[in-house]
Design a binder for this molecule. Structure first.
Ligand code: AR6
Ligand code: MG
Length: 312
């Protein structure tokens, strides 16, 4: 049953776990690069990976979540490489920060005071899923807090929470021979009470039952820049093709729409599940700043091993 995903698996900070941390961060970058390539795989990634790295850097440097530090890490990274394909929201927040608006207030100014429901908080959240994989309560708190920095709308925040939780479940899930995607969905359904996401998770279930024809998945789940129209889509891509990183990623980017972000989120899930060794070598060896990504994953893994349960 669903409990098999977490209950029977207490924080094994083993070699395999370390390999999975790397798989998750590299998987994000590979999926982002694949989704933003036109034609041949260039290895070049976008703001998704850039912000995921910022989040990992800040968690490592501060030994856990520190909103102020994270805000200035995102801002510094953005100012160094503003050409990474950032949407309008985050840079608007960064200029408010520069003007002295506190980190946990700036994002509330966006979209007429409603805040953003873009997928930007979910696309970068993987390190939170790794670091807090054995503490769902803290995972939710940190996933929400890191969202609030740029994405104040409840749909943007809850999308990030679900993506983080899905990463942690993928990390702990049993091998393909005993993996049940419906148990995985049940765990996620037990983790959210948001009606929009509960409805979407129900649709993911139907897509799995029906075999996942692409046009139908796009119609039912979406492939847009909104969190609620891309987080369930990435989850569905992973669950339809849990046996292979490559299949899941080719499926995901073949859905069209916001391909780099759907690729990045699918890559985080499949990479956390299969580990670094599950990512095709031809992608792994060409992804931009591979060593830096691996070092960050190692740092996160060491932080987790040092802190034990909860992760600070
Ligand atoms: N009302 C109307 N439209 C909205 C709202 C809202 N409350 N919130 C978001 N949108 P943004 P992101 C629409 O700017 O989430 C990059 O390529 C609006 O059209 O917060 O960080 C990333 O890699 C807005 O422009 O950006 C992602 O792939 C859009 O959602 C993607 O863009 C994105 O929200 C989203 O990045
Ligand atoms: Mg992007």
């Amino acid at each position: 049953m669903a409990k098999a995903f977490v209950g029977s698996n207490p924080t094994p900070c083993t070699t395999k776990m370390r390999e999975k941390f790397k798989g998750c961060l590299l998987g994000t970058a590979v999926g982002d690069a694949l989704g933003s390539s036109r034609g041949e795989f260039s290895g070049r990634w976008t703001d998704d990976t850039h912000m995921m790295m910022g989040l990992a850097q800040s968690l490592v440097e501060r030994g856990g979540f520190d909103g102020e530090h994270l805000a200035w890490t995102f801002l510094r990274n953005y100012e160094r490489e503003p050409w990474r394909g950032y949407a309008h929201g985050p840079p608007t927040v960064f200029s408010l920060l520069r003007d002295g608006v506190p980190w946990n207030e700036a994002s509330r100014h966006l979209f007429g005071g409603r805040g953003s429901y873009g997928n930007g908080a979910a696309m970068r959240v993987a390190p939170v899923g790794l670091l807090y994989h054995d503490d769902p309560v803290r995972l939710r708190e940190v996933a929400e807090a890191q969202s609030l920095l740029t994405h104040a709308h409840e749909l943007g925040r809850e999308g990030a929470v679900l993506q983080a939780r899905a990463v942690s479940l993928a990390l702990l899930a049993p091998p393909p021979s005993s993996f049940d995607p419906f148990d995985f969905l049940e765990e996620l359904e037990g983790f959210t009470s948001h009606p929009v996401y509960l409805e979407k998770l129900g649709r993911v279930r139907r897509m799995l039952e029906e075999g996942g024809r692409r046009e139908r998945v796009v119609r039912e789940l979406g492939n847009g820049v909104e969190a609620h129209r891309s987080v369930p889509t990435a989850l569905c891509s992973f669950l339809l093709h849990f046996g292979s990183f490559k299949e899941a990623l080719l499926y995901a980017v073949g859905l069209g729409g916001d391909t780099d972000t759907i690729g990045a989120m699918t890559g985080a899930l499949s990479g956390a599940y299969h580990g670094e060794g599950g990512i095709p070598e031809e992608w792994r060896e060409r992804v931009e700043r591979r060593e830096e990504l691996e070092a960050l994953a190692d740092d996160l893994w060491r932080l987790k091993a040092q802190k034990g349960r909860g992760g600070g």
